[in-house]
Each structure stands twice: as C-alpha cells, then as structure tokens.
Design a protein around this ligand. Structure first.
Ligand code: TMP
Length: 264
C-alpha cells in the first residue's frame, strides 16, 4: 500500500514547524530538509479577507514546482528539491531573510496607487522593492538603509538578492511571454542556505499566481490572485489556465482537490 512506502510519513505524525496563511512547513525526512504543504486558503489585505478555495493549493504546488525546477535547471539556486505529492514538496531548510522582494515590470497594485500611475503602464525599467516581512506592521516597504541598519541582510547579501531577483524576473518574463502572459510583477523570498561553513542565498517560499501578477496578453484578463483580491471570481479557472499554458496540465485535465496523494 502506498502509505507504507518508506519515504512517506503520514502528515499527522510529522512535526509542524511553521504555519503561514497559505502553507504549512513540516519537519522533513532528513536533517536540513522540510516539507512545504500548500493549503487552499486564500488571504488578502493581511488576512482581513479570507476564503478557502478548493484546489488552489494543488495548483500552486504544481506551478511553483514547475517554476522552481526550471530555475534550478538554469542555475538559479532555490530551496526546491522535488514534489512529493499533490500538495507537498520537499525543500531545503533555509534561514528565511525577512524581506519580500517585489520585482515590477508594469505599474499595478500598490505602486500604481502610491505614485498615481495608470495600471498597465510599462515601467522605464524593472524596479526592485523590499518590504519587511512583519504581519503586525502590514509588511511595510523598506529601503536598503533600513535593511542594513537593522541587520536583516548585509550589503553583500542585498547585492546577491538583487542579482537573483533580476535573473528570476528575466527567466519568468520570457517563459510567460512565450505562453501569451505578461509578467506584471511578482514577489519572491530568499533564504540563507548553509553548506558546511559556506553560505549562499537561494530563492525560497513559492512562486505561483498567488505571488505574481499575470495578465493575458490579448485579453488583458487577470490570471492571478487579484481575481480574489478584487472579487472577480474564476480564480481556479485562471490558475488552471496558467498551468495548462505552461504544459503542466493536459488540455482536458483538471486538478483533483483533497488531501495529499503520493506521486509515483
Ligand atoms: P503590491 O502591488 O500589492 O505591492 O504587490 C506586488 C506583488 O507582490 C504582486 O505580484 C502581488 C505580490 N504580493 C504578495 O505575494 N504578497 C503580499 O503580501 C503582497 C502585498 C503582494
């Protein structure tokens, strides 16, 4: 029987390390590894708005797996090892740097509001912003001065993070453009990965339609979490469309929601 296979420990017997709004981290099978579990919870505006959307976690697990595996393949270091089942992936344990790194190509969201730009305006160049990861403070935007003064990251680490962010943006922009999608902006997180005495910064957390703005190039339809933030409906259909275009799901395939299933 599947669940008796050695690699698989039923979820309730694993130690829960951390629970966030959309994911849970469990202790992994070996030291230095964790299991990242994708929930169906959707939140916005710092969890003031919350809903459970059947199947979202399964889609984000698959889409994030696809993107992280490609990043690994082109030599952009990430925490991702492999997907375990419909909702879970094996990752390397990293020390999360408490910054949300946002890369923007097109004016939208909080940038459009803050600077009075019309949504959809192409930016003169890609812009990287940092936000301090702190729910109590509503993830305030911070500058490199704050980051170094408060010791969240060193100047060298900020350089590494920005270089990673640019590589991720270039890769994702091209990938999505090839399937008729405009990468408006996205958020990524980074962590310190220790290998003996050596430390390097890697991409962590997830990259999915929950953390990107993805617009269909022809119709301008939003294929991301703005469907939830703005009460547009059709979130699962939009995420499924992204997965289809990336070739993750077959033409008529649909995700099966529900609990974790073993991948053979
Ligand atoms: P913003 O325009 O609301 O600042 O969002 C910029 C990008 O970051 C957008 O792609 C959505 C993503 N994002 C998150 O992933 N998590 C968050 O908590 C926020 C505020 C934005």
């Amino acid at each position: 029987m599947d669940f008796l296979k050695p690699r698989y420990t039923p979820m309730n017997r694993r130690r829960r390390i951390y629970e966030g709004k959309a994911k849970v981290l469990y202790e992994g099978p070996e030291p230095g590894t964790l299991i990242q579990h994708f929930k169906d919870d959707a939140t916005a505006f710092n969890a003031k708005k919350h809903e459970v959307i059947d199947g979202k976690g399964v889609l984000n697990n698959r889409i994030s797996e696809f993107l992280f595996q490609h990043l690994n393949d082109i030599g952009v270091p990430t925490h991702f090892i492999r997907r375990l089942n419909m909702r879970e992936q094996l990752i390397r344990e990293v020390e999360i740097i408490p910054l949300e790194v946002v890369v923007r190509n097109v004016a939208a969201g909080s940038l459009a509001t803050r600077l009075g730009l019309e949504e959809g305006t192409q930016l003169p160049r890609s812009i990287i912003e940092f936000y301090y990861k702190n729910d109590q403070l509503n993830d305030p935007m911070v500058s490199e001065e704050h980051i170094t003064a408060f010791g969240w990251a060193t100047p060298q680490e900020i350089d590494d993070i920005m270089a990673l962010a640019i590589r991720v943006n270039d890769f994702l922009s091209g990938l999505f453009l090839g399937v008729g999608i405009r990468l408006v902006d996205f958020k990524m997180e980074t962590g310190r990965l220790w290998e003996g005495d050596l430390m390097r910064i890697v991409v962590a957390d997830e990259i999915s339609p929950d953390s990107c703005r993805l617009w269909d190039i022809k119709s301008q339809d939003k294929l991301d979490k703005d469907r939830f933030r703005k009460d547009l409906g059709g979130l699962i259909e939009a995420y499924t469309e992204v997965a289809r275009r990336l070739g993750i799901l077959g033409e008529n395939e649909k995700v099966q929601s529900g609990g974790p299933r073993l991948v053979q």
